[in-house]
Every structure is written in C-alpha cells, then in structure tokens.
Design a protein around this ligand. Structure first.
Ligand code: PMP
Length: 404
C-alpha cells in the first residue's frame, strides 16, 4: 500500500537547484542543501565583489570589510547576542568547541575539576573535552537519558557539584531529535559557578535562538547545516567571558602590536580570528540566515516536525522496525530494522533515489547506550515534503521484501 501524500507545503524545494527531480534527500542533519540565493551570492562574492578584509585601503576591500562585519551583525541578531563583538567566525562547530576547550578550558579547568556532558553528545562535543581533561587532569561526568531518550535533567542536576567547571550539551540531538531544557541546565550550572556551552548545530536550522534567554555562556553552530556554505561557523560567548579569554591561534589580524620582545592582542572577536578569514563564507552565511528568517524558523520547524511525526507513525506501523528518540522531536528520525544492517538499508534506499544516513552519526557513546552498532537516520529540511516520507516508507518495504 502506498502512503498518502499530506497536504502540500509551499514549494521551497524549487529554491534548491541541487535537488534533482525524484531525489529524496533525507540527510539534512549531516549537511543541508543550498538555496539558489546562497549559491548566487557565493558566485557573486568571488566573481564580482571579492577582496580581502580589514587590511585594504582601496574601495573594494573597504566594501568587503563592511559586508564581513555586517554578516557578524546579522549573526548577532539571529541569535539575539547583546553585541556583534560576541560572535567569532570559526570554521564550524567543531572548531568553536576546540577553541573554547583550549582557550577558556586551559585557564579555567584544573586538576580534579569536572566537566559534565550527556550521553547523546556528538563526538565534537566530547573529544575536545577529553583532550582538555587529559591536559589538566580533570574528570568527565556523563548525564544519562530518560526512557524516551531525552537528557535526564534531574540526573544531570545531581551530577553537578562544586568541582563542575563546565556543562556542555547539544540543544537538539543529531540522532534523536529531542530538545534539551537549556534554561534549566543553565540554572543548575550557574548555581555552582560552572559555565554552559550549548552545541546548537541542529538547533540553528530549526529553532529561533535567543542566547540571552537561554542564559548560555557559549553557543556554537555551523553554517552548512543552516543552508549556508561549509567552512564557516560561529562561536558566540558572553562578552565578559570572551574578553577574558586568551588567543588560541596566533597570526595576522589577531594582534594589536607585534614585536620580537612580545606582542599584544586585539580585542575580541578579532583576537580569535587569526589569519585571513573565510570572507565569502561569512557574507553568504548572512544570506542563508536571511533565507531561513524570511520563511520563519517557526514555519520551518512546524513543517519538519509534521514530516517527522508522519514518518514516525508510518515506521511504527511496520514490522521489525525500532524507533529511537522522543515522539514530538524535531525533524530527525533514527531507526533500526531487525536483522538488517543500517548500511544495507541505506544502500537499497539509495537505489530508490532516497538518501539517508547510516552509521554512528559521530555519536558512538550513544550507540553503545542504545545497544546498537549503528542506526539509520532520515532527517528533514525546509525542502522536504510528504513525497519524501512516502518514498522512504516504500523503500523500507522493499528492504523488508529483500530480507524476507
Ligand atoms: N554537533 C552536532 C549535534 C552535529 O550534528 C554536528 C555535525 N554533524 C557537529 C556538532 C559538528 O559540526 P561540524 O562538523 O560542522 O563542525
């Protein structure tokens, strides 16, 4: 039986030239396809407007510098930062977390201190903290999950102690789709003077973010999951925290004055942007932000949640499928099929023009917790539609037929 198509949403898919007709791209949690406005802006920035920033006295460079700094302002309004200078352009979320672990971590976490993570974190929100812990002799604690695969905040609160210096959590899980209660976690962290880092990779493309209301100390995300280019992302840190941090990379742009007897550093954010930055990345991230905000993050989230709910209902009705993550989660659906490796599922679905992700999704500790080597994951974007869910379900029925 074919799955009926839901009432159709506006045709956002038409904005994405990379989506070939008939191809169901269900791997947006890994990276999102790019709208034409972003692709055109990248071509224009390199083809017509390109020059370096912060150094040139000629008009083209001055204009590019204005646009680079305007992009920082755009990011600040996107996440409601108090000031654009709190927003540092980095290569992506991974680099942002490593920057915090090195710069803030080395100065503020010592022997015997604790860093608190959760079971569902992405490797990029685990390994930098392990490296820090090994450097300084700190200990890592891990908050468990509830039966419906959400962060167990009661247990997390009980793990916070006087020696906890940092709590680091994913805002939205890239495997399970649940949303963390960030404000409650912030309150618990701040009660003992610990800082809170929020990994916003999966939240930035779907939730309106207000870093001040969340009361985080650090918030990180990558542009490429937000319909922007790869190689650019954002570290936001509260002004007082960022200004107290030492540089983590040295080079051009991050200095005030350099001498062989010693050098002094530029104020934030420049202090953390050594070398020629990803100029085109920053200015076209701003275009991607315009794109999602023109549609409305609430509209995108509502659209993706409807698709995820439809997919979960359809998958739950099928024999031999196990679903992970909470009902009502965001546009990310992880599942396993009894007796079939997720890679086989993904390979057969690919023959049906359905692209899903299979593997540990950079969450090996979570896989261990779920007691599976891997899961299959379908994740939605603004361009996804009911026909994608239909193709997924029909493809999975074929997988079942093949494996008997
Ligand atoms: N955290 C989460 C929750 C993610 O989904 C990802 C990307 N899969 C990352 C961190 C790392 O992002 P990037 O590879 O862009 O640095």
């Amino acid at each position: 039986m074919q799955v009926p198509i839901m009432s159709s949403a506006p045709d956002w898919r038409a904005d994405f030239p990379g989506l070939a007709p008939g191809w169901s791209y269900l791997d947006s949690a890994a990276t999102a396809q790019k709208p034409k406005v972003v692709i055109d802006a990248i071509a224009r920035a390199y083809g017509e407007e390109y020059a370096t920033v912060h150094r040139g006295v000629y008009a083209r460079s001055a204009t590019m510098t204005e646009r680079y700094e305007a992009a920082r302002e755009r990011v600040a309004t996107f996440i409601n930062a108090a000031r654009p200078s709190e927003c540092v352009f980095v290569r992506g979320a991974t680099e942002a977390i490593n920057l915090v672990a090195e710069s803030w971590g080395n100065a503020n976490v010592g022997a015997g201190d604790h860093i608190l993570l959760t079971t569902l974190e992405h490797h990029s929100n685990i390994v930098p903290w392990q490296l820090l812990a090994a450097r300084v002799g700190a200990k890592i604690d891990v908050a468990p999950l509830t039966a419906d695969h959400q962060i167990d905040v009661d247990a997390l609160e009980n793990l916070i102690g006087e020696r906890t210096k940092l709590v680091a959590v994913a805002h939205v899980s890239n495997v399970l789709g649940g949303v963390a209660d960030v404000t409650r976690i912030a309150k618990a962290a701040h009660a003992v003077g610990a800082k809170l880092l929020v990994d916003g990779c999966q939240a930035a493309p779907r939730l309106a973010i207000d870093v001040q209301a969340l009361d985080a100390d650090f918030y990180v995300f990558s542009a490429h999951k937000l319909y922007g280019p790869t190689g650019i992302g954002v570290l936001w840190a509260r002004g007082d925290v960022l200004n107290g941090m030492q540089p983590w990379q040295g080079g051009g742009s991050m200095i005030e004055e350099v001498g062989f007897e010693g050098s002094t550093w530029a104020p934030a954010p420049g202090r953390f942007e050594a070398g020629t930055p990803h100029i085109v990345g920053a200015v076209t991230l701003a275009i991607a932000i315009d794109y999602v905000e023109n549609i409305g993050l609430d509209v995108i989230d509502h659209h993706e949640r409807a698709l995820a709910a439809q997919a979960r209902d359809e998958l739950r009705a099928m024999n031999s499928l196990t679903l992970y993550g909470p009902d009502g989660g965001r546009g990310i659906v992880s599942f396993a099929m009894e007796g079939v490796h997720p890679h086989d599922i993904a390979t057969i679905l690919d023959e049906e023009q359905v692209a899903i992700r299979a593997g540990h999704h950079c969450c090996q500790p979570l896989m261990k917790y779920l007691d599976v080597p891997a899961t299959a994951r379908a994740s939605f974007g603004v361009y996804s539609g009911a026909e994608d869910v239909e193709k997924l379900v029909n493809g999975l029925k074929r997988v079942q037929r093949i494996f008997g």
